[in-house]
Design a binder for this molecule. Structure first.
Ligand SMILES: *Cc1c(COP(=O)(O)O)cnc(C)c1O
Length: 349
């Protein structure tokens, strides 16, 4: 987190129904539209990212709906599970760990005679460090005739602010992000963009919803309000973060993430380490997953880095637990943060 964002998160509390806060919320929502590259409403929910995913499902998916889920890791699996929890008939398309969604498999499945209500895509799969080719997937969805075209629901929780995602140009119906990833803000809020098509579909959707009913959020958003008490400090931090991002410019923000990610991967390869994502085209700008070398327990390595170097790396999740470790380079991370990680890895290994 940049110091400006930390300072904003620590400001004295203000009335969440007062004029000062309304102006802040309006500025943040406008900033989110800028970062999402959209004219759609971007609503602010007090929830972690998963709450944003649940909002996408419970507002748009009805029991029995056919849903196509691209699953290349833990987070894609979670999105699919939420849809199943709401009674959807979910078809999963999976790829081996470290690989992106298979575009021809998606194309073939979308072409099946029975249409899908929605397709779920994780743009950046944080558990493996893969950035899916969302541009091409969105093009495939757009190429379908209107009556067979599914809603495109995107988990961009670790992607927005790190990777280019032109929501309107790619006609993404719902895009979810979370405050604690590339926004460089503490955890506590999820942001959800909703297309006109999705608003229409919402009127027909039959799943129960109350706290996450996006129509309630939409009704009060123009006044800078939320239906329930929002995480005020997170909104203040978002205002500070978006001001920094706007000053830097979107292109520059993405280029910086690319540069730091490349610096990380180059450094790791120089140490002789194997990256989980072999194909550079799909390497994430937000996080890099590294295979543990033979005979090295990645969780013991992480414990040493934490205790002896004050460096906190992430472990593997799900089936990758004990097989990889992950280095984050999203938000306010620079080469000056990554170099000590590479140095400590050199010493430990
Ligand atoms: C972090 C993350 C989530 C989950 O977010 P929470 O804030 O932990 O609920 C979902 N999807 C992706 C891709 C993520 O990186």
């Amino acid at each position: 987190m940049p110091p400006e964002v930390q300072a904003a998160a620590g400001r004295p509390m203000i009335n969440h129904r007062g004029p000062e806060f309304m102006a802040i919320m309006q500025e943040v929502m406008e900033g989110l539209r800028w970062a999402y590259q959209t004219q759609n409403e971007v609503l602010m929910l007090t929830a972690s990212g998963t709450g944003g995913l649940e909002a996408a499902i419970c507002n748009l998916i009805s029991p029995g709906d056919r849903v196509l889920a691209g699953v290349i890791g833990v987070f894609g699996d979670r999105f699919a599970s939420i849809a199943e929890t709401y009674g959807a008939q979910v078809t999963r398309i999976t790829s081996p760990h470290g690989q992106p969604l298979d575009l021809s498999a998606i194309g073939a499945t979308l072409d099946s005679p029975q249409p899908y209500r929605a397709i779920l895509v994780t743009y950046n799969e944080t558990s493996t460090g893969v950035l899916n080719d969302l541009a091409t997937i969105s093009q495939m969805v757009r190429n379908l005739p209107e009556e067979r075209r599914p809603l495109l629901l995107v988990d961009a929780i670790s992607a927005l602010g790190a990777a280019n995602l032109p929501t309107d140009a790619w006609e993404c119906d719902v895009v979810v992000s979370g405050s604690q990833k590339a926004w460089a803000v503490p955890p506590g809020m999820a942001f959800v963009s909703v297309s006109p098509r999705a608003w229409e579909a919402m009127e027909q959707a039959r799943s129960p919803r109350f706290y996450f009913d996006l129509r309630r959020a939409r009704a009060v958003a123009p006044r800078g309000q939320t239906p329930w008490t929002p995480a005020v400090s997170i909104a203040l931090a978002m205002q500070a973060s978006l001001r920094l991002l706007r000053a830097e410019g979107l292109e520059a923000v993405f280029a910086r993430h690319q540069r730091v990610a490349q610096f990380t991967r180059d450094g790791l390869r120089r140490l002789g380490l194997q990256l989980l994502v072999a194909d550079e085209r799909y390497a994430s700008p937000a996080v890099t997953a590294v295979r543990a070398p033979d005979g090295v327990d990645p969780d013991r390595l992480r414990a040493r880095l934490r205790d002896e170097y004050q460096i906190d790396l992430a472990g593997g999740q799900g089936p990758l637990k004990g097989r990889i470790f992950r280095i984050a380079h999203l938000g306010f991370v620079t080469e000056e943060d990554i170099q000590p990680v590479l140095d400590a890895l050199t010493e430990c290994l």
